[in-house]
Ligand binder design. Structure first.
Ligand code: ADP
Ligand code: MG
Length: 195
């Protein structure tokens, strides 16, 4: 996978986040503060501009610019978390022109570790981790398998009680709603397949 692939991936995420903006915000209205869709849409719109302005030369440049822009533009909890995901992917794959599927899977494992550390969250806490963590081993199989695992993981957050983030303030009342961040993470992983 080359620079064009990674640009296509991020462009696909941007397009889908824009299309799902109101749905993501509605999910966050139920168990948060109704800004997840607008947070990510603002962030990825800024990413779109940054990628045009900087015209990145390598896959790592695409990922680092994406991550840095999200950290700068997204105020909510999801900004630093998604920013860390993309920046860690960039650092992990390093200065190469082409990325193998194995290297990308390893980079995602690093990124999962970095997000878990930053947010001190684990699987089962009803966060974006619940979509990302099952996708990481599935990436060793195929993008299709990873997309399916992320979607299933996101769906499974519905029955969970939130232990991290704003939704945790609701305690038991967070049960019965799908987590917005897990839902957007499933979009991010599914977009790999599309790209
Ligand atoms: P905020 O909660 O600040 O309004 P967003 O609404 O943009 O930010 O994002 C909320 C999402 O962030 C949640 O649905 C959850 O998936 C994710 N999240 C919140 N806290 C954590 C954490 N500590 N670790 C991992 N993900 C988290
Ligand atoms: Mg929110």
């Amino acid at each position: 996978m080359d620079t064009a692939f990674f640009l296509r991936w991020i462009a696909t995420v941007t397009e889908r986040v824009r299309a799902e903006r109101d749905h993501l915000t509605d999910l966050d209205r139920a168990i948060g503060d109704a800004d997840h869709g607008s947070n990510l849409d603002r962030g990825f719109t800024a990413v779109e501009e940054a990628l045009v302005t900087t015209s990145p030369a390598t896959p790592a440049d695409v990922l680092t610019t994406t991550g840095t822009t999200l950290i700068r533009k997204v105020g909510g909890a999801s900004g630093p978390l998604y920013g860390t995901l993309f920046r860690t992917l960039g650092r992990s794959i390093g200065d190469v022109a082409e990325v193998s599927p194995e290297a990308l899977a390893d980079a995602f494992a690093d990124a999962l570790g970095a997000i878990m550390k930053l947010g001190s969250a684990a699987e089962g806490d009803k966060t974006m981790i619940d979509a990302l963590a099952p996708a990481v081993p599935a990436l060793k199989v195929s993008f299709d398998a990873a997309a399916q695992a992320a979607r299933d993981g996101a769906r499974a957050t519905t029955e969970m009680r939130a232990r991290k983030g704003r939704a945790s303030y609701l305690g038991e009342r967070s049960v019965g709603h799908q987590d917005p961040g897990a839902t957007s993470m499933a979009i991010v992983i599914d977009s790999l397949r599309a790209a």
